[in-house]
Design a protein around this ligand. Sequence first.
Ligand code: FAD
Length: 482
Amino acid sequence: QRALVWFRRDLRLHDHAALYHALKQSREVCFAFIFDKSILQDLPADDRRLRFLHASVLELQQLLRTRGGELIVRYDAAESAIPTLVHELGIDAVFVNRDYEPAAIARDQRVATQLQAQSCAFLDDKDQVIFEQNEVLSQSGTPFSVFTPYKNAWLKKFYAEGSDFYARAYPSDAYCQQLQAPLRSEVPGLAEMGFAASLDEDLKIASGVSGAEALCEAFLPRLNHYDVRRDYPSVKGPSYLSVHLRFGTISIRQLVRHALEAIRTQASSGAETWLSELIWRDFYFMILHHHPRVVQHAFKPIYDAIQWEQGAQADQHFAAWCSGNTGYPLVDAAMRQLNQSGYMHNRLRMVTACFLIKDLGIDWRRGEAYFAQKLLDFDLAANNGGWQWAASSGCDAQPYFRIFNPITQSEKFDADGKFITRYLPQLARLDKKSLHAPWKAAPMLLQQAGIKLGENYPYPIVEHDVARQQTLSRYAVVKNPA
Ligand code: FAD
């Protein structure tokens, strides 16, 4: 029996379902990663994610080599590369961890069909989530569409059926001590694949399993304070592990075990809140599985009837939002954080998304696509869920008439402007009260702070109170959804 482990969103050796099963069941195991041309061709040459991915693949190669193995890396379309490798290496079974995005599911089905014709099995396992697909259902056996009852059912199943079982680690690393390498393979350079070379300082979050472990270790002492600190973007509150969950350089079970440990030993409310965020992640994967139409459409169909702003002014507003030039400092600082680092704090994702949709009246799908392009941790399920939440069109979304006020959000969550001035240093000398809405400041204060509105910081592109009224009428079409 010769097996192939095809790494995708799971770039680690420890606690890895597919790797564990392959090593347990097969005498010889080969390893492959494909830089998939059909995905890469749509990315810009300076795509930050690809640099993160590339560095993480290089580290995985090193980890395998220290155990005598070799990661066979190809720059090709996965649909042809995998069947070719199966043929060349005489593989009997390909092991993968299950993917939940519609395009990936379709690709896997096509690969599996090709492999069947080659008498090679295609075996997929759950690895990315704790509970998937139909594992958490309502009492009537239907999928949940509201988070809280889903979470309650998730926790009930988790604790009743054995948290140790669901969060247990696959001892995959222990099995891969003496691997064999059928052939030598080098990881193609970024330039070879048509991408800009990596600039380390550009990646503000360290890549690979080493980066994930370092972040996790740094976060654990903060875990107990997560519930009180997570909403303030200038504070190190969250874990910053999302990109590692995205590329699987850390296992979800490992994170859940950390949360459980803190809940058990310290009754940590921080850990409980954090576990709840990890459950949101499962929730959105589940929603995507049951409702793949959310990729293009509102979860609640009636919201597809909303008429969004279009034309030159909407395009100008969209460009100002993308570049962080709306005149609302919290929104602008957040967009600059995204553009500069590929990360945006969760509170700010909510604020900027609501601003685009409800202050600028722009279709949430345009914002979703921009985030998808820029976020290092871009994940179709969570991103779509987050955007539909902000648009009030999703499952368990905020009510459409609850519209974030970008100024009060700013006063509440960045009261002293620490976050704002990190990304908008030109506002640093403005007093803390005026910082949240500079155009309201007395001209003398602006002058003293060296701010010339329209020159070194923009006037607001819309007036929130007016925009709010427009949004309420725009959303009138959904007033009484069925
Ligand atoms: P922590 O606060 O440390 O949370 C731990 C983990 O829980 C995260 O890494 C993430 O995997 C998960 N998580 C936390 N909040 C959520 C949530 N609301 N939904 C789903 N999972 C969650 N998250 C992504 O991973 N990718 C995205 O593309 C993405 N797009 C978003 C778009 C919008 C408009 C909004 C409102 C939220 C989005 N989120 C997305 C969710 C959330 O903002 C990020 O997961 C979080 O900010 C990542 O930072 P962290 O790892 O420090 O999170």
